[in-house]
Design a protein around this ligand. Structure first.
Ligand code: ADP
Ligand code: ASP
Ligand code: MG
Length: 617
């Protein structure tokens, strides 16, 4: 029998009518022959209201008590939903996270799921009941209630789907008939929009609905600010191969499938854009450019469970490097308190933190198409928006701009890539050979078997999975120092490089002093000379004192996985392993699906070995 997990967000259960409508949807699925698990969020603004209640009592409430309070929102919803279903003549039973056995670690307010026991769910489903589960909450070893972080009900839903799938796969493994998986499991996310859009339609009304998007694209978009899905839910989806459909609870319109990457996606250069306005940029100057320095800095921050984003370490000069990165504004004080003693010891200077907006573009086709960065920077330059920092990942580019320029920057970028116009996978259906409009294959058999084996090794369901480490010895790097920090300069450099048809891989731009920026980027070594000449021509025009230098003796290492940024330990482990071997890191970029570092080419193979060992791949 197939199982569907349906998740209803806050607005979808905001009043009695909506609860009843959601109940009818669940019943329809049941009557269509499926076993149904319903996950609900707190109603409407309940979670915000609860946070406000706490604030009225205390500026800094204990995290344990905060979770105790916040979990009540979802408990109201499950009871009402079960009543609504019973009222409509079907049998339903509600469970809190504790009752259903969602075990988490003890990181209150952002706990991670360790395991989910499926027996109670299974039993209720087999008795013919619709199972209602409170989203967003779990329980730790001490039986203390935990919550998963804002927006976490999405993660509960996908995690339940993953757990059910895993349990059924294991059951068939024990029966010795691996090709006969008992059931398929899918997940539907019902919300107040009818799918994933090219960007938040509330911010850019002409945004276009996407029909189908890959796990990696959605993971990057969600973690770069697209609040429509909790990014950790996409980690579960990818790791356990759970297809998700995001759709409206107010209509029957087909929504957006979030699925494994398909061949046609490689031509989608940019599928979406996102903005995050709740980050601050921290900048460390005069950092000794020695092995182990980045490790010490990021280990100290990771120790406090603070997720760091947009790490940009500039190639140092005079034995000193500059490191810039962003953290959530909520984590600013803790980050500064953590850094202060370390900076004092290293002789590094912490510059005042800046309010920024982060604007990102994401697309699978970025891996193979040239000129993407150039187009983004040109769009920003045309609006006279200054780029404060740049980092790139495998399938995304992020820039920091002044907080007030954020909305304008998002619109400019969205428009530059024509994201409002129909394309394959977003309004245009290709021939049957592309297959993207079809329902995704619900995999059983061998694929499910492999999955069960792969995930067996995890001690907790939400543990990081590192899928591979790679070394690339074919790149060179260009570093432009002393670039005046004014709108349009980056655009000029990349326009020159792009018009020569040179593929730029990683880009890092970092402010190095007042109104001065340093820009580093990697290009294929065979194009290094050409790229350097083009860059030097441009620099001469911009700033006759500016310097552009090329290095051919670099090695680039990539660590691939899922949820690399939110698992604060990954960068720590990576930098730690390299530091232990005395390998100096001269450039860092991070994203949810890849962390990459540049080291000197002579140490490339050593670095590869030690990273493989560190991540057991
Ligand atoms: P729920 O309460 O159902 O979980 P959320 O408010 O968390 O709903 O998510 C839905 C909202 O996400 C939408 O109303 C929309 O404004 C916002 N959003 C942000 N980025 C996107 C995007 N790329 N596509 C669709 N919606 C988006
Ligand atoms: N109710 C929680 C929140 O508002 C969880 C969720 O809605 O996903 O963040
Ligand atoms: Mg949500």
């Amino acid at each position: 029998m197939s199982v569907v997990v349906q998740k209803f967000g806050g607005s979808s259960v905001a009043n009695a009518e909506r609860v009843k409508a959601a109940a009818r949807r669940a019943i329809r699925a049941k009557q269509a022959g499926k076993q149904v698990v319903v996950v609900v969020s707190a109603r409407g603004d309940t979670t915000d209201d609860l946070i406000e209640l706490a604030r009225e009592i205390s500026e800094h409430p204990p995290a344990r008590e905060m979770d105790m309070l916040l979990a009540t929102g979802e408990q109201i919803s499950i009871a009402l939903m079960a009543m609504a279903i019973n009222e409509l003549g079907e049998q339903a039973i509600s469970f809190t996270g504790v009752q259903i056995g969602i075990r988490t670690d003890s990181t209150h307010t952002k706990a991670r799921i360790r395991e989910i026991s499926t027996e109670r769910m299974r039993q209720a489903l087999d008795e013919g009941r619709i199972v209602i589960v409170a989203g967003f909450q779990g329980v730790d070893e001490k039986y203390d209630i935990t919550t998963l972080g804002r927006g976490g009900s999405d993660t509960t839903a996908v995690a339940l789907a993953a757990a059910l799938k895993l349990a059924s796969t294991k059951a068939t493994l024990f029966s010795g008939d691996a090709n006969n998986v008992r059931e398929t499991v899918e997940c539907e996310i019902y919300t107040d929009v009818d799918g994933i859009y090219s960007t938040d339609p509330r911010l850019v009304p002409e945004a276009r609905k996407i029909d189908s998007i890959s796990y990696d694209e959605m993971l990057e978009l969600a973690s770069m600010g697209a609040g429509v899905m909790h990014s950790r839910s996409i980690e579960f989806a990818k790791k356990y191969d759970v297809p998700i459909m995001v759709r409206s609870s107010f209509s029957d319109a087909e929504g957006t499938w979030i699925v494994p990457e398909a061949a046609w996606m490689k031509d989608v250069v940019v599928c979406g854009a996102a903005i995050a306005k709740d980050e601050v940029r921290i900048f460390l100057d005069s950092v000794p450019d020695q092995p182990g320095t980045s490790h010490r800095i990021f280990a100290a921050i990771a120790e406090k469970n603070i997720a760091v984003d947009m790490i940009a370490q500039s190639a140092g000069s005079g034995g000193k490097a500059a490191i810039g990165f962003t953290v959530l504004r909520n984590d600013l004080n803790l980050t500064l308190a953590t850094l202060k003693p370390l900076a004092d010891e290293l002789g590094a200077i912490i510059r005042p933190a800046e309010d920024v907006s982060k604007v990102s573009i994401v697309g699978t086709g970025m891996r193979t198409h040239t000129g993407v960065a150039e187009k983004m920077f040109a769009a920003l330059a045309a609006e006279a928006i200054n780029i404060r920092m740049i980092t790139t990942g495998d399938i995304k580019i992020s820039v920091l701009v002044d907080r007030n320029d954020g909305g304008k920057a998002l619109k400019a970028v969205h428009h530059a890539f024509g994201l409002q116009t129909p394309r394959l996978g977003a309004g245009v259906s290709g021939g049957s050979d592309t297959g993207f409009k079809d329902r995704p294959l619900l995999r059983g058999g061998d694929a499910a078997h492999d999955l069960a084996v792969a995930t067996q090794r995890l001690s907790g369901m939400e543990d990081i999975v590192i899928s591979g480490v790679q070394l690339n010895n074919d790149y060179g790097r260009i570093t432009v120092s002393d670039l005046p920090d004014v709108p349009g300069n980056c655009s000029k450099v990349f326009q020159a490089v792009a018009t020569s048809g040179i593929m730029v891989d990683t880009i890092v731009q970092n402010l190095t002093g007042p109104n001065r920026a340093e820009l580093s980027f990697t290009v294929p070594r065979s194009d290094l000379r050409r790229a350097l000449i083009r860059t030097q021509d441009v620099i001469r025009e911009i700033n006759p004192q500016g310097k552009a230098a090329g290095e051919s003796d670099i090695a680039v290492l990539y660590v691939y996985g899922v949820g690399m940024r939110t698992h604060t330990g990954v960068a720590r482990k990576m930098f730690g392993a390299l530091a232990e071997k005395g390998i100096n890191i001269t450039m860092i970029t991070t994203s949810e699906v890849c962390v990459s570092v540049v080291v000197e080419s002579a140490r490339g193979n050593d670095a590869l070995d030690c990273l493989k060992k560190a991540f057991s791949v």
